[in-house]
Design a binder for this molecule. Structure first.
Ligand code: C5P
Length: 292
């Protein structure tokens, strides 16, 4: 008998990395990062969850059936949560995908985190304490734990050690351009290694770059992304989009994650609207949001 669950609709928001520094290669093969995650609430996927009949999860994604697979982070989250807690309700999940995929906006990670959060709310006395839920999320992907929070956060480690941050962008307009270019994250890390001589992530390097091992939240954010030289060399269009955002009035602009999305922060809303329109005319998907 499957445990009855409530029918729910979940919004899984996107993120951008306002700041992303790569500090070096760790013993476990991952890279030590310092990154400032900022949630983009107005760009989100939707998970419609309906009760199923048995201990199985069935997924539908009408606009992209390729996502209806067991490699989807929604399915992986459901499976990992069941293994960790014994709570595996039968579900039908319908995913409506709005966040562009492979764009450095964390869509897949956010979908997986939304499922984990929801399962933990439904699990009753089998619910995990927050630190165990974070550990489970980190096992799903470096960006997943961030989406268990509800606001900006500074991350260290591989991206999973999070400190909530105060980032006041009120009055600014965010423009995100998503060109039809896919950047493979493992490739981007390997290319960064080649370009930088595979430096080890040592304590001294951490201290050198950030000044302190546990940096306090960056405010105002230093908008920068260490992947840009690598990824721009491979995809010059991305550099051109960043330059266009700055020329059109963005106070700052950068790539998000390992790309290929680029964002600009505008003080003047009219300039943001005009820049967004031009980028759309160039054939890119564009999102615009007035920052809260
Ligand atoms: O954790 P996630 O699945 O998002 O990471 C994809 C790949 O990116 C990893 O398999 C690893 O090769 C690389 N990565 C890394 N260092 C990080 C995060 C990801 O090397 N901090």
């Amino acid at each position: 008998m499957s445990t009855p669950v409530a029918e729910s609709i979940l919004a899984a928001p996107a993120k951008i990395n306002l700041h992303l520094r790569i500090l070096g290669l760790r013993e476990d093969g991952y890279h030590e990062l310092r990154t400032l995650f900022y949630p983009v609430a107005e760009l989100y996927d939707t998970l419609r969850i309906e009760p199923g009949h048995d201990e199985h999860m069935y997924m539908r994604c009408p606009e992209n059936p390729d996502l209806e697979s067991t490699s989807n982070l929604i399915y992986k989250a459901w499976k990992a949560f069941g293994e960790a807690t014994g709570f595996r309700p039968g579900l039908f999940v319908t995913l409506t995908k709005r966040i562009p995929m492979g764009g450095g906006l964390g869509g897949g990670s956010s979908d997986g985190a939304a499922m984990l959060r929801w399962l933990n709310e439904q699990a009753g006395d089998r619910a995990l304490p927050h630190d165990e839920l974070v550990a489970l999320a980190a096992g799903q992907g470096a960006d997943v734990p961030f989406f268990l929070l509800d606001g900006p956060a500074m991350a260290s480690g591989i991206g999973e050690e999070l400190t909530p941050a105060t980032v006041d962008l009120s009055g600014m307009t965010l423009v995100i351009a998503c060109p039809a270019i896919h950047v493979d994250t493992p490739w981007a890390f390997r290319a960064w290694d080649r370009a930088n001589g595979s430096p080890k992530a040592s304590e001294s390097l951490t201290t050198l770059v950030m000044g302190t091992k546990n940096p306090s939240p960056v405010s105002p954010p230093v908008v920068t992304n260490d992947f840009e030289p690598i990824v721009f060399a491979e995809h010059p269009t991305l550099r051109e989009i960043k330059e266009k955002l700055l020329k059109d009035g963005a106070a700052c602009a950068a790539m998000s994650g390992s790309g290929a999305s680029l964002f600009g922060l505008f003080r003047d809303r009219g300039s943001a609207v005009a820049a967004a329109r031009t980028l759309e005319q160039d054939g890119h998907r564009v999102f615009r949001m007035d920052c809260p």
